[in-house]
Design a protein around this ligand. Structure first.
Ligand SMILES: CC(C)(COP(=O)(O)OP(=O)(O)OC[C@H]1O[C@@H](n2cnc3c(N)ncnc32)[C@H](O)[C@@H]1OP(=O)(O)O)[C@@H](O)C(=O)NCCC(=O)NCCS
Length: 212
């Protein structure tokens, strides 16, 4: 089993066999349009099954994932194993922990009017910071976005929970409704990722799961 205090972030690649999906998942897959989204769905569901088996040393059940009303997925029969999933284009990554967790990965290079988006969704101070960041505006925006989204995914609300509620104090610390949140930033070529947790993690490591 995963050690308490350990967060493992799995970058998932390859093309697993669709037959590994449950009947429900196969039905869901039919309703998904877009190649990247379908591939991310297959990869993420097969990876979650394979990681449940690895951590619990038992094969995953046919129905192993349920979804809270606000959209946060959770493992049905494993209350002490938590995960949070994120995809960005073809990149799929999943964070696992023994305690609740929120995770987000985003492409580093993005072209958009970050100042306007920040004025719309972030606090006045954060938008001002981005406006003053010049050529670093994009990286600052993506950094803040991943941290805020990870915090809201930890809560289970997603961005409809209000990006302005997720406060980011530093690379390591944030706050949600007065409650301290621990943040951990990771990056790998082309991507920035964050995990958020209420308990301070002892270790965070990035691993790869490749389906042949
Ligand atoms: C639903 C939301 C969590 C998805 O965010 P996203 O950045 O589009 O997508 P991600 O790949 O990071 O996360 C999607 C996964 O989060 C999980 N998720 C969905 N709702 C969630 C919630 N309320 N709480 C926690 N996790 C949730 C699901 O596992 C989902 O994957 P799935 O659809 O394959 O099951 C929400 O925050 C959202 O709508 N975001 C809009 C994103 C956006 O505009 N991004 C711009 C970035 S610069």
């Amino acid at each position: 089993m995963l050690e308490l205090g350990m967060i493992e972030v799995w970058r998932v690649r390859g093309m697993p066999d669709v037959s590994l999906l449950s009947q429900d998942e196969k039905a869901k897959l039919k309703a998904i349009s877009g190649q990247d989204t379908s591939e991310a769905f297959i990869l993420s569901r097969c990876a979650i099954r394979s990681l449940i088996a690895k951590y619990t040393r038992k094969p995953s059940e046919e129905k192993c994932i349920e979804t809270h009303p606000e959209g946060k997925p959770f493992l049905v029969n494993h209350p002490d194993l938590h995960f949070s999933l994120s995809h960005s284009g073809k990149e799929v990554a999943i964070a696992f922990s023994r305690t609740p967790i929120g995770f987000d990965v985003e492409k580093k290079e993005r072209r958009a009017d970050f100042v306007s988006i920040a004025r719309r969704f972030f606090s006045g101070a954060e938008a001002a910071q981005i406006a003053a960041a010049g050529e670093h505006a994009a990286s600052l925006f993506v950094d803040l976005w991943t941290a805020k989204e990870a915090i809201l995914k930890l809560e289970g609300s997603g961005i409809s929970g209000g990006l302005e509620r997720a406060l980011v104090w530093s690379e390591f610390e944030g706050e949600l409704d007065g409650r301290r949140v621990h943040l951990h930033r990771m990056e790998w070529p082309g991507f920035v990722a964050r995990v958020a947790s209420f308990e301070e993690p002892r270790f965070v490591r990035v691993k790869e799961l490749v389906f042949q």
